[in-house]
Design a protein around this ligand. Structure first.
Ligand SMILES: Cc1ncc(COP(=O)(O)O)c(C=O)c1O
Length: 399
């Protein structure tokens, strides 16, 4: 059984780690009145956009808000259809569904677990307004194929990059392919802003204006002398010039605090190093599990830089001697290791059964639902913890 120290290192729920730099950043903002959407947010957005290679970025309160505001900015409404994968966290599909759109799921590529572009075109209808590819487990989707099909049909592509901050496809960063890229800084993610947080990236100036508006109650401030108009928190530097406020529409409060942004700035500087440690951990898992009967390790597509948010393995119960459910249970009770099950396909959920879906519709996603388990691979893992993880999986095989 894993010692408490090993269990701490193997904890799948913490994706990043904090150090004295984050602590100092928190205290500095705290001593500066801990504002919301202030200078730290502005700097974080500027640095994040530069990192992704996009013109703009706007910080939001979480990844769900990033997806939702993207849908609002695109004008998604009842009667529209939005395509995504059934193999994702419900937030992806919830964003358009809560605005009244119909969700069309497209099955996944069994090699990468990402939306299969070969099945995409058949799902596009005249009502399709957006496609949300999800860069699952840290690997960017086949964006070349997806953008080509979407472009031919005039459909917007919104990237769900919640699990793929820093990941690359053909030398370009996630979040720089779609009309927007949506990131999450939840506690499990490769970088975190104190447990919650998110970011929207875009190159589109008009869309960015709508994102800025809806993120914060569609507020504009006008200066008396300049007649210049600015958005919510940027009115502050206007000082005496601020004169009156107007609201273009009714919107939301999805703002981020400066303490979170200050931590995000430190995390962003560490991100490449943290992701490199994940890649090294994944390589050790690849080597240690390659010959275990019934275990399939993840595949990385040529031209992709995988950032291993999680390390997915498929378990063939015939060959391994245990099915997914028994494996998860036995790993916890016999070895003290909590592994994950990301995800059951959304067409199995009550939410989407109530929307006309059912079992047996997406064979590749459903095979993943029956057989896929996610292992911790984050930067907290020591060599000892990784070897204990590998040894445990080997020992449970037919054991
Ligand atoms: C694929 C995917 N999309 C969206 C989200 C939503 O992000 P958040 O939890 O920050 O709202 C998550 C996070 O769990 C995710 O994994």
């Amino acid at each position: 059984m894993a010692t408490p120290a090993l269990q701490h290192d193997l904890a799948i729920q913490f994706g990043s780690e904090y150090g004295p730099e984050e602590e100092a950043a928190v205290l500095e903002v705290l001593h500066n009145n801990a504002p919301t959407s202030g200078q730290e947010c502005i700097e974080f957005e500027r640095e994040f956009a530069a990192y992704c290679g996009t013109r703009h970025a706007r910080a939001v309160s979480n990844g769900t808000a990033a997806l939702f505001v993207s849908m609002v900015a695109l004008g998604i409404k009842p009667g529209d259809r939005v395509i995504t994968t059934p193999m994702t966290w419900i937030a992806t599909a919830a964003a358009p569904a809560t605005l009244g759109a119909t969700i069309d799921f497209v099955d996944i590529d069994p090699a990468t677990y990402n939306l299969d572009p070969r099945q995409l075109e058949a799902a596009i209808t005249p009502e399709t307004k957006a496609i949300i590819p999800v860069h699952l487990y840290g690997q960017v989707c086949d964006m070349g194929a997806i953008l080509e099909i979407a472009g031919r049909h005039g459909v917007a592509v919104v990237e769900d990059a919640a699990q793929a901050v820093g990941a690359e496809y053909q030398g370009r960063k996630s979040g720089s392919f779609g009309v927007t890229g949506c990131f999450s800084f939840h506690e499990q993610k490769n970088m975190s802003t104190l447990g919650e947080g998110g970011m929207i990236t875009t190159d589109d100036d008009a869309l960015f204006e709508r994102i800025m508006l809806y993120r914060s109650h569609c507020t504009r401030a006008y200066g008396k002398e300049t007649k210049y108009c600015q958005f919510d928190r940027e009115q502050r530097p206007m000082g005496k010039q601020f004169w009156w406020q107007d609201f273009d529409d009714v919107g939301y409060n999805f703002r981020m605090t400066d303490i979170q942004a200050a931590v995000g700035r430190v995390q962003l500087k560490k991100l490449d190093g943290l992701n490199a440690r994940r890649a090294a951990n994944a390589a050790r898992l690849d080597a240690g599990l390659a010959d275990v009967p019934g275990i399939t390790c993840p595949t990385t597509l040529a031209g992709c830089k995988h950032t291993y948010h999680l390390y997915p393995i498929m378990i063939d119960p015939e060959q391994y001697g245990r099915d997914k459910t028994d494996f998860i249970y036995d790993m916890l009770h016999e070895r003290g290791i909590k592994v994950g099950a990301h995800y059951n396909p959304l067409n199995w959920s009550t939410a989407f059964k109530n929307r006309g879906y059912g079992e047996g519709q997406f064979p590749n996603a459903e095979r993943v639902g029956r057989q896929l388990v996610t292992l911790p691979v984050g930067p907290r893992l020591t060599a000892e913890a990784l070897d204990y993880l590998i040894e445990s999986i080997r020992e449970l095989c037919r054991g």
